[in-house]
Design a binder for this molecule. Sequence first.
Ligand code: NAD
Length: 282
Amino acid sequence: MNQVPTVQLNNGTLMPRLGFGVWQVPDAEAERAVATALEAGYRSIDTAAVYGNEGGTGKGLAASGVAREELFVTTKLWNGPKQTWDRDAVLRAFDDSLGKLGLDHVDLYLIHWPRPMREDFVSIWRTFEEIAASGRAKAVGVSNFRPADLERIARESALVPAVNQIELHPLFPQAELRAVHAERGIATEAWSPLGQGKELLTLPAVTGIAAKHGRSAAQVVLRWHLQLGNVVIPKSVTPSRIRENLDVFGFELDAADMAALDALGAGAAARRIGPDPAVFDV
Ligand code: NAD
């Protein structure tokens, strides 16, 4: 049933290359959405403390009856402002996430944003080293880290983040970060892989390739990611789309398709949908 290929992270952990994201899914709906995704065949779920739906996500995981060892659960530390993120605060936040999820470990724990102006992500990472050593997170990583932030972690810690989860889609292809990740042994995970389902899915370049393959625009974009080597976590609460987004392993884009999609965000055409990690601190 589970046909999703995996990537081996730098500590040996296997991570499905396609998972289910639950940002903006209300807690009360998360149980059903996660259950629908697991029933469709997803095994990887991406949540975060700040999404406010770890509780509903945990209920969906429990109700599914899928064995824990088959699941890959990611959550993230909301290292938000108005608090000093010392060791105790990080460990408390981690315990709180595990409690809400109803799990004794997660597969991946991420620092949600670098917030470089706060100058505290290296000390947070020290506590992540401890969490990784305890086995309560099978792997630890970061999200929204820039090349300079990864360089700083490399200078000050022997533990290489397993994953950097970043905004990435054809309109914002992040070529520099993907090259840095490849060099450092960090898996690239794309957030908003469908460009949040907006402009990107209506562009003639995308809909034309979709028509050529008899597939949807969303499926074409997800194929682009997979063929580039990205891990993807598309979100939907619509059961038919949840299934559609998983059904992307039975066709392939050719070199001309890939080049046309690469061109959408190349050079000066690149544009973000979400915040810039250099300044984001809310
Ligand atoms: P996405 O790119 O996955 O787009 C989701 C939207 O696209 C849906 O709400 C729907 O409107 C549309 N859509 C989904 N499937 C479709 C289909 N088959 N056909 C047409 N439209 C479709 O956007 P996202 O939710 O922002 O990102 C995915 C996940 O990434 C999130 O749920 C979250 O888990 C993660 N994320 C992480 C961060 C971070 O800072 N680490 C930030 C944003 C998102």
